[in-house]
Design a binder for this molecule. Structure first.
Ligand code: ADP
Length: 297
């Protein structure tokens, strides 16, 4: 399974360029699409799930052009949008049965078996008779993924996977996705939360203002930030200056001033030392770099 994206741009009717010349290849496994609000993630997802056409560029899924072979591509797709809603009158089981019918499962017995197995897989079998819209946030997300998976898609797209989930539900949801990402399946997670990416994705892309700021593994992104993360011992007088000058990760008060974590190429003039980068540092560093390049061009 492979997705290839060549020179993808999207200009909205009002003239706004939401995506600008994106080229990217996505292979089996979990892929993270990370970027701040407004970066173009939803636009990218909407094009990928064939709800919207690109202005320029070409995308193929498993060799099929998503514009020319829209129907076939749709049959391979499972999509969990950000604002996923349920019909208020349906129970959890009825809702999933409805989703299975929409996905084309006609035989009642086979459908019932598939629905029950899926409810088991996402840990909702016990809650099958509860009204879908009365489930907790985490359970709703799991029901959302269940409906996206019901027809065994090869491409699964999840928009902002952990929005509104507490930490425990977040981990459970992530593990659920990891378990699905076996061979010949691509799962794309679109998120602005760095933590959604770090633990699960083999590969990732960083989007910023419609541009591709990075494409590769999270580990490689982190290693490229080595030597760029600093812990500065700042006096009260330096504190404001540093916060204006550098992208700051954290400020911690000490007995005689502040301990400030920043990402920067160089901190000459301040008393600081390098510390090991993590994905959050790398994210801030790359976004800042890309933004500066973008402004310069
Ligand atoms: P993200 O999902 O990363 O937050 P979006 O894809 O929603 O980003 O938006 C990217 C940019 O395109 C934003 O500046 C947004 O305001 C703009 N945008 C989104 N939808 C439309 C639209 N229908 N018409 C015009 N501009 C839009």
């Amino acid at each position: 399974m492979q997705i290839t994206i060549e020179g993808l741009s999207k200009i909205y009717p009002n003239g706004h360029k939401a995506l600008d010349g994106i080229s990217l290849t996505i292979n089996d496994g979990m892929f993270g699409l990370l970027g701040p609000n407004g970066a173009g993630k939803s636009t990218f997802m909407r094009i990928l799930v064939t709800l919207m056409k690109p202005t320029v560029g070409k995308i193929t899924v498993d060799g099929y052009d998503i514009v020319k072979h829209r129907k076939h591509v749709r049959s391979m797709l499972g999509y969990l949008p950000q604002d996923f809603r349920f019909f208020s009158s349906l129970s959890t089981r009825e809702f999933l049965d409805y989703a299975a019918r929409l996905a084309g499962m006609k035989a009642a017995k086979e459908r019932a078996e598939t629905v029950d197995r899926m409810l088991e897989d996402v840990g909702l079998f016990e809650a099958r008779d509860r009204l879908a819209n009365r489930l907790s946030g985490g359970m709703k997300r799991r029901l959302g993924i269940a409906q996206a998976l019901i027809n065994h898609p090869k491409l699964i797209i999840v928009d902002e996977p952990t929005t509104g989930l507490d930490p425990e539900e977040r981990i459970r949801f992530r593990n659920l996705l990891s378990a699905i990402s076996t061979q010949d399946v691509i799962i794309i997670l679109s998120t602005h939360i760095v933590g959604d990416i770090s633990s699960t994705c083999k590969n990732m892309a960083l989007l910023n203002h419609g541009h591709l700021a990075y494409n590769g593994s999270p580990d490689d992104l982190v290693s490229r930030t080595r030597g760029k993360v600093w812990l500065i011992q700042a006096s009260e007088a330096q504190y404001m200056e540093i916060n204006e000058k550098f992208p700051v990760i954290s400020n911690i008060p000490t007995n005689n001033g502040w301990e400030v974590q920043v990402v920067a190429d160089d901190i000459t003039g301040y008393n600081g030392r390098n510390i090991a980068p993590n994905l959050e540092h790398a994210y801030v560093y790359f976004m800042e770099k890309n933004l500066n390049q973008w402004i310069a061009n």
